[in-house]
Write a protein that binds this ligand. Structure first.
Ligand code: GLP
Length: 251
């Protein structure tokens, strides 16, 4: 597992955007050979999305031949709900770039058959040959996508009950009211994420320091889902100095 600690003036958002852009450019995607990207939500990736939009506007990067699969979505929020991940992605990224609408995949948290929705998502990822690069954030308790602590490290896309701590961390997006945060979500499994050819996790701020410590220096354990990245040959964690403060190793 590679580790990058960004020191000012470099930021996690700028570093990650440079990395994603370079990956796409090196791959030289085309109509018959798109680049397959797994995408996260949350506060952490916002700066990366802004930098990617800037690169697109500067004519340095096209998403015409990129296909995206989002990591997760709440269950039971209408797609137009301002806090749905459909809304987030459209607002923060998709509407600013040249990614064709048919190239976007986000789990449908309102599907009548949620299990079938998860299976179809897995099938769609496999049919495209798997993710080339999967980008994620990490929760304070070490969850990746919505894979909560204690789940299987080989899980596939599934319906996940959210922990009280996750709902309270996300209450800031729901008028500070954890009761408004949905109780369930659909999420790619840890196993699904680990099958990506490359995984990049972003972490910023002191509240992520313990999760970053467990990701890099702890045991691989279901109690810290992010630790599973240690089993991946091409995984990368990109953080700032605050998120790296509990590490004993240096980047
Ligand atoms: C949510 C998302 C995760 C995200 C995490 C951290 O639970 N489902 O994918 O990584 O929050 O979010 P933030 O970056 O806002 O701290």
């Amino acid at each position: 597992m590679r580790f990058v600690c960004c020191e000012p003036p470099m930021t996690v958002g700028a570093w990650a955007a440079d990395y994603v852009a370079q990956r796409i450019l090196d791959f030289a995607p085309g109509r018959d050979r798109p680049f397959i990207l797994g995408l996260p939500t949350g506060s952490t990736p916002l700066a990366m999305y802004q930098h990617l939009i800037q690169k697109h506007r500067a004519g340095q990067l096209s998403f015409e031949h990129v296909l995206t699969f989002n990591l997760d979505e709440y269950v039971g929020l209408a797609p137009g709900h301002p806090q749905s991940y459909h809304s987030y992605m459209n607002q923060e990224f998709f509407r600013h770039i040249d990614l064709p609408a048919q190239n976007i995949h986000i789990l449908d948290g309102n599907a009548t058959d949620l299990e079938q929705e998860c299976q179809q998502y897995e099938t769609a990822i496999s049919a495209r040959g798997g993710l080339d690069l999967c980008i994620g954030g990490v929760g304070e308790a070490g969850h990746i996508a919505f894979n909560e602590a204690g789940g299987r490290l080989n899980s596939r896309t599934h319906l996940q009950r959210l922990d009280a701590s996750t709902r309270s961390a996300n209450a800031r997006f729901f008028e500070q009211d954890a009761n408004q945060v949905p109780t369930y979500a659909l999420t790619m499994g840890v196993g699904t994420i680990l099958e990506a050819r490359e995984v990049m996790i972003l972490a910023t701020g002191p509240r992520k320091a313990l999760a970053v410590y467990h990701a890099l220096e702890g045991q691989v354990t279901p109690e810290w889902p992010v630790s599973a990245l240690q089993k991946h040959g091409r995984s990368l964690i990109v953080c700032d100095e605050a998120a790296a403060q509990k590490l004993t190793i240096k980047a």
